[in-house]
Design a protein around this ligand. Sequence first.
Ligand SMILES: NC(=O)CC[C@H](N)C(=O)O
Length: 378
Amino acid sequence: MLEDGRTFRGRAYGAQGTALGEAVFATGMTGYQETITDPSYARQLVVQTAPHIGNTGVNADDAESRRIWVAGYIVRDAARRPSNWRSESTLDEQLAEQGVVGISGVDTRAVTRHLRERGAMKAGIFSGADAGRPDAELLAEVRAQQGMAGARLAEEVSVDEAYVIDPADHGWAGEPLGTVAAIDLGIKSMTPVRLAERGIRTHVLPAATTFEDLRALDPDGVFMSNGPGDPATADVQVAMLREVLDHRIPFFGICFGNQILGRALGFGTYKLRYGHRGINQPVLDRRTGKVEITSQNHGFAVDAPLDGPVTAPEERYGRVEVSHVSLNDNVVEGLACLDIPAFSVQYHPEAAAGPHDSAYLFDRFVELMASSKNKESI
Ligand SMILES: NC(=O)CC[C@H](N)C(=O)O
């Protein structure tokens, strides 16, 4: 049931009961397991536009975090029997085990068209005994929940304890090339792995990490991850990032990390009507003129001028340009600082799931750290 009263009926899937959240649609044809375990989907009811979901089951390797984060799951045709040599369990079982309420047999095309026209909105899934409650009561419950604008969620999904991802465990034979302090705002597990594959040791740190804690690690670079919620609430991380930038420590941000860099530079953020979610999103790299097909999951964006470079509103950070832009709607998809070592993208170069066109961004971060080191020794 959507906030505006539009209601769709289907069959209970996964756990039974009530799920409340923001209804959003995701357009990936593959990668449902990576989607449901992406912490950026916390408090969202995800509608999959691909009609067949669950066909290849679930396995321990493809999870992008320690649990399922979607608040609810809406599909058209749930596989009754998965078939894949890697499958260890069914999606239905996993949802049920983790208490995630889903619904199948829904006209997901109609839901998606509705959300596309009216925008992402509050919604609820009601199954089992809850499905029998009066509609008016359910609608009141849907409307009473907190919306995504103004939601502060990164601390809720972040780790409590720091951990390290080591290059030696990901096929890197030599000595590590450097150390990155990664702030976990809802980090996907493939992100530090992509750095490890390039010889970088990553300390994954809780969302509330202070600049002093981070500095104690003497990192060659700082990274801020993707994460759920409204970037306008990330004041703690914005203040921390400003200290990183003031000390000229090389910085790379993904998704929420891009929004935090935007805010640290003095730009605003705003909520998109229905967002970008899927693995088929075209982005222009404005410096090379190349188009990359990207993996995305964001409902907010940075409000920065496309005709740059411009001096950042926080003038001490010098010039900045919008490095990447969405070819669907011209939304800012990347920021590059010209006078300090910092850049970020709004999409997901770790590509889990998704095409690998954007892998070069991890190389760019490694190069940025190396060239900053050389500068120090000069
Ligand atoms: N994947 C992300 O980091 C998303 C960032 C933010 N929560 C948004 O919706 O835009």
